[in-house]
Design a protein around this ligand. Structure first.
Ligand code: FEO
Length: 399
């Protein structure tokens, strides 16, 4: 690949990771990119670096444009290793005059790299630095999604370098949102929000309000992963606004794991009932679905119906793992219900209800349990439960 000038004297010099398929437990079927931006002016700044494994790509891209030792400033928007892993080698190579980061970034860099003589300088929220004709303003975005996170806004060029926010795990030779299939791009943007940012929705809501209040003019949003937004800025801002409000569409999910297909048959009957009510429904078997894809569906669904057989007085491991993952991401404002077959003790429904209570789901059914194999009457009860869930979804959604 080669560097790309995204606006006058502002270059993408990052790296493309075509092969990554697992990003700390999140499935990345389309790979990812680690975006880094070179801003050339009287002073030259490099904004963010790349994962250590891709250091060579970054260095080669910079060398195609200039001598790396001429870079004056390094800006560290985020200290997670996919963006900072190559910092020691880059600092050794370019010997920057200053390294700008947030206050929490300073702490975080010290805790990651234990440097002795790096020229670190913590910046305040809203502080600017001049490169000559270009000005960079720093916006603290603490806990979006790490304590150290910040954005860098190029004032004259109206480019918001947004760290992880608005990113997607999407490897491609194209660099801009209008150069790839829009629905595929939004699919990856949704998955990114669902698996990285759901937990921080209240902060995102505040951040979007703050950006609006500041009246920032934005011609491009340049995230640290995936495509740069220049034609669909309104679309991605609207999507973030909707997701941060946990609106939930008129859609239900029936997510289950099964032992001898009894719970699966219950799941199918509940799905039929939801469908009969006129609500869109998706049946998801955890045995063939990755948790990060399931969470992508959860983001936009209003109802989450969980089914699991009881194993050794507990849950089947796939459901237990999924619940742990979902609880960490804290989706809110969902309708919940549980079901499952059992042999003698039957704790699974109680355990799923407890997990949903913890997430403050609106649990509208006590939970449906069937001993061993459901008969016709049991399956009819499942259909009726599905219908009641569908009616609740209709009552609580606007579409
Ligand atoms: Fe892409 Fe939070 O690192």
């Amino acid at each position: 690949m080669k560097p790309l000038e995204i606006k006058d004297n502002i270059f993408w010099v990052g790296a493309i990771d075509w092969n990554i398929r697992d990003f700390h437990g999140y499935s990345t079927y389309k790979g990812t990119t680690y975006n880094s931006y070179l801003v050339k002016d009287e002073k030259i700044a490099l904004v963010d670096t790349v994962k250590k494994s891709h250091l060579n790509d970054l260095v080669q891209h910079i060398k195609q444009l200039m001598d790396p030792t001429e870079i004056d400033y390094l800006i560290v928007n985020h200290v997670e290793m996919d963006h900072s892993g190559s910092l020691p080698e880059i600092i050794e190579l370019i010997q920057p005059e200053k390294i700008f980061c947030s206050k929490m970034g300073l702490k975080s860099i010290n805790e990651h790299f234990h440097p002795e003589d790096w020229p670190l300088e913590a910046v305040e929220n809203g502080q600017t630095i001049s490169l000559g004709s270009k000005t960079i303003q720093f916006l603290e975005t603490r806990m979006l999604h790490w304590p150290d996170s910040m954005f860098s806004y190029l004032q004259e060029d109206k480019i918001l370098i947004s760290s992880d926010a608005f990113g997607q795990h999407y490897a491609s030779s194209e660099r801009f949102d209008d150069e790839v299939d829009f629905s595929g791009l939004m699919e990856q943007t949704t998955k990114y929000y669902a698996n990285i940012l759901t937990l921080y929705s209240p902060l995102i809501k505040k951040l979007l309000a703050k950006v609006q209040e500041m009246g920032l003019e934005i011609d491009m949003i340049a995230p640290d992963h995936g495509l740069i937004w220049r034609s669909h800025i309104k679309d991605v801002l609207q999507a973030y606004s909707d997701w941060s409000q946990n609106k939930g569409r008129r859609k239900a999910l029936v997510i289950y794991d099964t032992m001898w297909e009894s719970t699966q048959n219950m799941a199918k009957a509940i799905t039929t009932g939801i469908n009969m009510s006129g609500v869109s429904v998706k049946l998801i078997n955890l045995a063939v679905s990755h948790r990060s894809d399931v969470m992508t569906d959860v983001l936009n669904a209003k109802a989450v119906v969980l089914g699991c057989a009881t194993l050794n007085n507990g849950l089947l491991p796939r459901m237990a793992g999924f619940l742990m993952y979902m609880r960490g991401l804290k989706p809110t404002n969902k309708i919940g219900a549980a079901f499952g077959s059992f042999g003698w003790s039957g704790e699974a429904v109680k355990l799923m209800n407890a997990a949903m209570e913890e997430m403050k789901f609106d649990i509208i059914e006590p939970g449906l349990r069937v001993k061993y194999v459901p008969n016709h009457t049991d399956l009819q009860e499942c259909v009726e439960m599905g219908q009641r869930i569908g009616e609740a979804v209709i009552a609580q959604t606007e579409e």
